[in-house]
Ligand binder design. Structure first.
Ligand code: GDP
Ligand code: ADP
Ligand code: 5GP
Length: 211
């Protein structure tokens, strides 16, 4: 099978570790980090309620449990999982065309989804984000101000479980200083797009002339 020009990245972390902020900052700052092309985020489907400020089709495709189950039946998902009592899934449509066009695609998904995708597409690059401490993780969840005390409690109790899968990932980043972690993330993306197999595809005409 011909590998697409774009790379597929999975970023996972316990809730509140900073993965959404890091991915969004990377997407906005691709030129500053000298990335060859701006990466894009795959928009997941979820059955959870939209948080204040979340836009359907931008942050998630918000769907009912019935629609989600229909999509499973239709084999529309690349992977899906139940996280914190809601369904989340990455649709096939969200990624394959982009990768073929040479766009690097980011998936913000949990460890269960990461494991499913690693099995289907071993070339995926997986990155796990850890907080500098449990206390800081809780501070960030509270500071984000988007979840109720109950939801935060549930997420904190699952944090250890999520983090226990960190070693299954290709890279582990500790998100202490945000700008430093962002640079580390950008370095991984740039490194992967400069690999010989990608450069051979991207610069096929030049290589033909030179070699
Ligand atoms: P966050 O923890 O604040 O980012 O909260 P979210 O509600 O955005 O995400 C909840 C959980 O669902 C996280 O563990 C995500 O990694 C996971 N998640 C989000 N999208 C997907 C997806 O498409 N597939 C899978 N498997 N997990 C996802
Ligand atoms: P996740 O997507 O992993 O649940 P978020 O990106 O929503 O996490 O981050 C949780 C909160 O922590 C947000 O309010 C974010 O602004 C803040 N945050 C993220 N990274 C850092 C950091 N390195 N230092 C301080 N605050 C951070
Ligand atoms: P939140 O409800 O805070 O947006 O997300 C909770 C968790 O679900 C996060 O850890 C997030 O990464 C994960 N998640 C979001 N979308 C998906 C998805 O499409 N598939 C899987 N497996 N997990 C997801």
């Amino acid at each position: 099978m011909v590998q697409p020009l774009g790379n597929l990245f999975i970023v996972a972390a316990p809730s509140g570790a900073g993965k959404s902020s890091l991915i969004n900052a990377l997407l906005e700052s691709a030129p500053q980090h000298n990335l060859l092309n701006p990466p894009e985020l795959s928009v997941s489907h979820t059955t959870r309620q939209a948080r204040e400020g979340e836009i359907d089709g931008v942050h998630y495709n918000f769907v009912s449990v019935d629609v989600f189950k229909q999509m499973i039946q239709q084999d529309a998902f690349y992977e899906h999982a139940e996280v914190f009592g809601n369904f989340y899934g990455t649709s096939k449509a969200a990624i394959s065309d982009k990768l073929d066009q040479g766009v690097d695609v980011f998936l913000d998904i949990d460890w269960q989804g990461a494991r499913q995708i690693k099995t289907i597409s071993p070339e995926v690059i997986s990155i796990f984000i850890l907080p500098p401490s449990i206390a800081i993780l809780e501070e960030r969840l509270i500071g984000r101000g988007k979840d109720s005390a109950d939801v935060i409690k549930k997420r904190m109790s699952q944090a250890k479980d999520e983090m226990s899968h960190a070693a299954e990932f290709d890279y582990i980043l500790i998100n202490d200083n945000f700008e430093e972690t962002l640079k580390q993330l950008a370095n991984i993306v740039l490194d992967k797009s400069l690999r010989a197999d990608k450069q051979r595809t991207r610069n096929a005409t030049l290589l033909e002339t030179l070699l």
